[in-house]
Design a protein around this ligand. Structure first.
Ligand code: SAM
Length: 284
């Protein structure tokens, strides 16, 4: 058994270092070896892989990653965890801990210095308060990541993987599915963390697409359309687009355009597939 997943060992380690959990930094440490293995397997880590870990905590996932990967760079914001990581990662020569805030770090710089701009995989048991901003950062910035495998709140994972017409489908689903192929690896109950969070979690794998899922002439316009369509879910597509200020077309013209694209103007925006959203943004 991996020592760091033993609650008794972890408690002793933390109390020896006088460590206090910070709720605001999302510090819920994994204490389940089975889930640890599922993350590594879901991320398909091999000895060739460079891995970027966000928030190593006491190094439980970090140490497991180091045993399977070529190299691991782990970014941790909390300086109180650094001496603990020194101890738990001792002897693992392919791990580097970087002290910093993943939301503020220059990721281009980090990737250049750490991986020589070569492809890398992101793996993390994410602090939940930064789930959406950090994932959007990876999706939108031109970084050579191959996949993102993360443990996140169940609801957010379900939104990422949701299909058109379902209650969870929204702007986040479209953004994630535009750039990646999301795959849910496993559900994770709150009891596998110390301390347990208030929500259940899911491990999700987002495999980067070599090109976006649909052809769009202008990515900014595409996401403007997406934002408009999901901003007012109860309105018809025609009314939302008409109110959104993204086209010079009058309502009549807009209606004719939608019909010419084979899209009923009376539909709700949340039923539109990525292909239909792309057709609207390319022709509006
Ligand atoms: N990886 C460990 C595990 O699985 O047990 C810890 C996961 S814990 C959910 C989240 C970790 O992210 C904590 O160690 C926390 O201090 C760190 N963290 C929180 N905000 C961060 C940020 N903005 N940048 C880097 N690390 C952060």
């Amino acid at each position: 058994m991996h020592l760091l997943t033993s609650p008794r060992f972890l408690k002793d380690l933390l109390s020896r270092h006088g460590f206090n959990f910070s709720k605001s930094l999302g510090q819920n440490f994994l204490i389940d070896e089975n889930i640890l293995n599922k993350i590594i397997k879901g991320a398909e880590i091999t000895k060739e892989d460079n891995v970027l870990e966000i928030g190593p905590g006491v190094g439980t996932l970090t140490a497991a990653l180091a045993r399977h990967a070529a190299q691991v760079v782990a970014v941790e914001i909390d300086s109180a965890l650094l001496p603990i990581l020194d101890e738990t990662l001792q002897g693992l020569t392919n791990v580097r801990v970087v002290h910093g805030d993943i939301l503020k770090l220059d990721l281009d710089d980090l990737v250049r210095n750490s991986f020589d701009n070569k492809p890398f995989k992101v793996v993390a048991n994410l602090p939940y308060y930064i789930t959406t901003p950090i994932i959007m950062r990876f999706l939108e910035e031109d970084l050579p990541y191959m996949s993102i495998t993360v443990m996140i709140q169940r609801e957010v994972a379900e939104r990422m993987a949701a299909k058109p017409g379902s209650k969870d489908y929204g702007a986040l689903s479209v953004a994630v599915q535009f750039y990646t192929r999301p795959k849910i690896i496993c559900k994770v109950p709150a009891g596998v963390f110390m301390p347990p969070p208030k929500v259940d979690s899911i491990v999700i794998n987002l495999e980067k697409r070599s090109s976006p899922a649909v052809d769009v002439a202008d990515t900014t316009r595409f996401f403007k359309v997406v934002k408009a369509v999901f901003a007012q879910r109860r309105k018809t597509l025609l009314n939302t687009l008409n109110a959104a200020n993204i086209t010079d077309l009058e309502k009549e013209g807009l209606s004719r355009l939608l019909i010419s694209l084979g899209i009923d103007p009376q539909r709700r925006g949340e039923t539109l597939s990525l292909e239909e959203l792309a057709a609207i943004s390319n022709n509006i």
